[in-house]
Design a protein around this ligand. Structure first.
Ligand code: UT7
Length: 331
């Protein structure tokens, strides 16, 4: 079906849990230090959900805040996409739980799993439905409770992740605004580099899988790092080129918040000054699919993103996956 309408983001919202875990707190439970974590990653602290809280709880608050800033009712939403690798349960989808919680009775709902690239996959999928006229208002939420799947004895991973949720509404916007370019990709040959191995149909839960700690996140950090540096920089540039823009025309970069050194590589490739890149990983760590929408919401609320600005978003994650887009801000 051809494009009939112009899709763009019309509102944002986010939520992070109140509980803060600092690097100093982590240094008391694993062999690490604030100095190591800050210099290798840029992370200083992260937010952690309480034990009884699940991903749909965070997603629901972010969704309600987004509806408020969009001046829409729950009934105005005709589709909900939740990007997450930490769903409340295997099924039903976290999106269905959010649909029930916010009372979006006219919405279809499904989860989308592309790890840290999930939010970019989500908004690009949403844009297809808006562009064809199939949907008017799609709520896309990136939400994660990474803390529930992190091995708190593994210093290679436990220092990196945090919990949170961010959401947007993708809707019709005026000609000349909205999505200017979209990039999505995957390379499944790197599937083993970052994964949560057990609990699915390949390795259903058994005492043995629990004993071997296969229900936690496992990562080959340095291989993921090499892939990420190359991919973030190349995909950010690709998104700008496909939008028909020059690097000078980029007003703001919202990168996935995994590691300050990876973000720096993307910033340098786009030749952007530091004040045109949004960074919050020092406060939240890597919130996987929630990182980009939380950063986006903060940048909007701080007035750093204005109507007419050309915004580039870029991310990478397990799969391996990547995504990027350029959006001319419409509101
Ligand atoms: O959203 C996608 C998610 N994943 C990522 O983005 C991860 C990408 N990778 C990274 O960000 C980096 O690879 C890390 C931050 C995970 C690690 O940094 P690195 O500079 O690649 O360090 P390394 O893995 O090469 O480890 C260097 C040393 C090792 O010790 P030895 O073998 O040299 O003696 C590690 O055991 O640092 C050690 N190490 C630590 N030391 C103190 C690893 N983690 C820690 C730690 N504290 N938390």
């Amino acid at each position: 079906m051809a494009k009939l309408f112009n899709g763009g983001i019309i509102a944002t919202g986010s939520y992070v849990p109140e509980k803060v875990i600092t690097n100093h707190d982590l240094a008391r439970i694993v062999d690490t230090s604030d100095e190591w974590i800050v210099t290798r990653t840029g992370i200083r602290e992260r937010r952690i959900a309480d034990p009884h809280i699940a991903t749909s709880d965070l997603a629901t608050i972010a969704a309600r805040r987004t509806l408020e800033s969009a001046h829409l009712t729950p009934q105005d939403i005709d589709m909900i996409i939740v990007a997450t690798v930490t769903p409340d349960m295997h099924f039903p989808s976290t999106a269905c739980l959010v649909q029930r919680n916010i009372g979006a009775t006219n919405a279809s709902a499904f989860d989308l799993e592309a790890a840290c690239s999930g939010f970019l996959y989500g908004i690009i999928v949403a844009n297809q439905f808006v562009a064809t006229g199939f949907c008017k208002n799609v709520m896309v939420i990136g939400a994660e409770c990474m803390s529930k799947f992190v091995n708190w004895k593994d210093r290679n991973t436990c220092i990196l992740f945090g919990d949170g949720a961010g959401a947007v509404v993708v809707s019709r916007v005026d000609e000349g605004y909205g999505f200017l370019s979209q990039v999505l990709g995957a390379d499944g040959s790197g599937a083993e580099l970052l994964m949560l191995e057990a609990g699915g149909s390949r390795k259903p839960p058994t005492f043995e899988t629990v004993e071997k700690e296969l229900h936690y996140i496992h990562m080959d950090g340095s291989e993921v790092f090499k892939f990420a540096v190359q991919t973030m920089a190349a995909m950010a540039e690709e998104a700008v080129q496909r939008a028909g823009l020059t690097k000078e025309q980029v007003d703001f970069l919202i990168p996935h918040q995994a590691n300050i050194r990876i973000i720096e590589a993307a910033r340098k490739k786009l030749e952007l000054p530091e004040d045109k890149v949004y960074i919050n990983l020092d406060r939240y760590g890597n919130m996987s699919a929630a990182s980009i929408p939380v950063a986006l919401d903060e940048a909007v609320k701080q007035g750093r993103i204005k109507k007419g600005h050309n915004i580039v978003m870029v991310g990478f994650g397990a799969g391996l996956t990547w995504g990027a887009c350029t959006i001319r801000w419409a509101v």
